[in-house]
Design a protein around this ligand. Structure first.
Ligand SMILES: Nc1ncnc2c1ncn2[C@@H]1O[C@H](COP(=O)(O)OP(=O)(O)OP(=O)(O)O)[C@@H](O)[C@H]1O
Ligand SMILES: [Mg+2]
Length: 237
């Protein structure tokens, strides 16, 4: 097992998640104790249904544990209400969801500008133009999500997640809908904040090449951590 880092940006202690379904309570995550250091790049892997998205949702403060504690940047999420969690996310966390979560009534450009608008910045649209250009979508700014392909929506979601340079970036299958060439460009963008600003990157992926680019790989099976390994090499790329 890995030693706990001195200044973890993410800390989960004995976390369990159980949800009620038609046939009673279902355990989704069990016994999750985990520390992630500032600046680490971490891949979460595991079979479909093993709890990867749920783990990411806990770290993003979108799901609450049934038991145990979740803290990000020293902030225990249990003491925050929904508004407090939303403010904390706005200031600390960028999230790329598996299903994108773009706002249907907003154009691509407006979607990307949301984090800066929420921060009260006046340069949201101008910066969003640059952000869309960086993901190869300068020509799609006026399109609504329904007018974009899956891979284009995914790239808009990425541009939105990184536009405010969050210290913690969470990405759920960020290359799931992309071809090889576009995927490689997007992966470089995902890691850019880590290389440039020392931000922490936690991503869920089924892609072995993407997992191999991370310094640490955490494997889930049936809602439990079954492996947690650090690469014995210096970072590449
Ligand atoms: N709201 C819910 N109510 C009941 N069960 C749920 C709920 N959300 C998720 N689950 C179940 O929890 C388990 C873990 O789901 P999760 O989405 O975290 O898996 P995953 O590892 O991300 O899978 P995938 O690779 O398919 O995205 C699954 O069995 C899922 O059916
Ligand atoms: Mg998932």
């Amino acid at each position: 097992m890995n030693p706990s880092p001195a200044n973890p940006v993410v800390r989960l202690d004995d976390v369990h998640v159980a949800l009620s379904s038609g046939s009673g309570a279902v355990t989704i995550l069990s016994d999750i104790t985990l520390s992630i250091a500032t600046g680490e790049t971490v891949a979460i892997i595991g079979p479909s249904g093993s709890g990867k998205s749920t783990l990411l949702a806990l770290i993003g403060g979108l799901e609450r544990p049934s038991r145990g504690t979740v803290a990000v940047a020293g902030q225990d999420f249990a003491v925050l209400d929904q508004d407090g969690l939303a403010r904390f996310r706005r200031d600390h966390i960028g999230i790329i969801f598996q299903s994108f979560h773009l706002i249907p009534a907003m154009t691509a450009l407006e979607n990307v500008a949301i984090p800066l608008d929420l921060l009260g910045r006046r340069d949201g649209i101008a910066r969003a133009r640059e952000g869309l250009a960086a993901v190869g979508l300068a020509h799609r700014g006026g399109h609504y999500p329904a007018q974009l392909s899956g891979g284009e929506q995914q790239r808009v979601a990425l541009a939105r997640a990184i536009i405010a340079n969050p210290p913690l970036l969470l990405a759920d299958e960020p290359t799931g809908n992309l071809d090889g060439v576009t995927g490689a460009q997007i992966i470089d963008l995902l890691f850019a904040g880590n290389a440039r600003l020392g931000s922490t990157l936690i991503l869920v992926t089924h892609d072995p090449d993407l997992a191999a680019r991370c310094e640490r790989v955490i494997s889930l099976a049936d809602g439990r951590i079954v492996a947690d390994t650090r690469a014995i090499r210096t970072r590449v790329g």
